[in-house]
Design a protein around this ligand. Structure first.
Ligand SMILES: [Zn+2]
Ligand SMILES: [Zn+2]
Length: 362
């Protein structure tokens, strides 16, 4: 990384994983993007496959997706092209190794102006409505650079750690929205990569106990190795009862990190009076939940949503990633020509986290 050498001119085409619809992800040869004014082009080193990529692949893209679109938002790469703006010096130079916050805020709407740029009304997202990083090259809009969303990665931060900015940033936000402190007993419902990331970050915030709950024993074993207590529950059983029995007490914070609205209903049965429930995951199917309004009132619960992370939290997460051992995240690597295997393995839950690697240049 970062060593100077004679580099051949980049190719004019690239391989990209293009989502065209439900169950329709194709490896296509496309023109390599070029940098317009203020834009960057990165040669991608690697890109994580997120739960949202899998959901879109298996259930079909929502209305926000501008299909066909190159998927992928957890990427790290080297800047190979900088689009000049007049004769101003580029803020991010050619050759820099960078990672980029997936959400690109406008910087001007009311949400952006009050610092909640994760709720920007004009949000652009890599892999959703602009082409993402599951490709050999990706174009970074000028708006990303202006928002401070492009982070130059320190030499001692590995590529494996650098792609953790978004998962760590979103979990950091979720746990803070759930008021997690060093005294907290935290329950995380969900045994996917985001359940794992919540467990690691909750530990990092000093939480006294962290219990991760799910259906998949193999995935929970990975999460257990990362430092959490784990509980396997069979689908359709009394999840809240099982959690209370395993904890022996009530939780201060419960994070519902699965797309099932029943998990939110179980969560509110597990928290103590004055505790917090975090609605972390987007819900599949009918998202209606039933709550006991009297327990909400007399028990003074807090029920909060948490969505994405701000640009500031993304930058903070990259710093945090540098202090964590990326091996705790147990990623399985697939070269881009095996993109279909990566998606099938992650969607089929035979791997916890798939990371797609690009061929380095000759
Ligand atoms: Zn992600
Ligand atoms: Zn905005």
């Amino acid at each position: 990384m970062g060593e100077a050498r004679a580099v051949a001119a980049p190719p004019v085409t690239m391989l990209a994983a293009v989502l065209r619809g439900r169950d329709d992800l194709r490896l296509e040869e496309r023109p390599r993007p070029v940098a317009g004014p203020g834009e960057l082009v990165l040669r991608v080193h690697q890109c994580g496959v997120c739960g949202s990529d899998l959901r879109t692949f298996t259930r079909g893209p929502s209305a926000r997706y501008a299909v066909p679109v190159v998927l992928g938002h957890e990427f790290v790469g080297t800047v190979i092209e900088v689009g000049a703006v007049g004769d101003a010096a580029a803020a991010i130079p050619t050759g820099a190794r960078v990672t980029v916050a997936p959400a690109i805020p406008c910087g001007a709407c009311e949400a952006c102006r009050r610092g909640s740029d994760n709720l920007c009304a004009e949000l652009l997202d890599f892999g959703i409505n602009i082409d993402g990083g599951l490709a050999e090259y990706v174009r970074i809009p000028a708006r990303s650079v202006a928002a401070g969303a492009v982070v130059v990665v320190a030499d001692d931060l590995s590529d494996d750690a650098a792609i953790l900015g978004e998962p760590i940033g979103t979990c950091l936000r979720g746990l803070r929205r759930g008021s997690v402190t060093a005294r907290s007993i935290v329950v995380i419902i969900g045994d996917g990569p985001i359940g794992l990331t919540h467990a690691v970050v909750a530990r990092e915030l000093g939480a006294r106990r962290v219990l991760c709950v799910g259906h998949n024993a193999a995935r929970l074993a990975v999460i257990g190795r990362a430092g959490a207590e784990t509980l396997v529950v069979d689908a359709g059983t009394d999840e809240a009862g099982a959690i209370l029995a395993a904890l022996g007490t009530r939780a201060d914070t419960v994070v519902a990190a699965v797309p099932d609205p029943r998990a939110l209903e179980a969560a509110v049965r597990v928290i103590r009076d004055g505790g917090s429930v975090v609605a972390f995951g987007g819900l599949a199917g009918d998202p209606t939940i039933q709550l006991d309004g009297n327990r909400l009132h007399y028990g003074e619960w807090t029920l909060v949503g948490s969505f994405n992370c701000t640009t500031a939290e993304f930058r903070e997460a990259i710093d945090l990633a540098g202090r964590l051992d990326p091996r705790r995240f147990e990623a399985t690597r697939f070269p881009i020509h095996r993109i279909a295997d990566a998606f099938l393995a992650a969607a089929g839950r035979t791997v916890l986290k798939a990371v797609v690697t690009m061929e380095p240049p000759p």
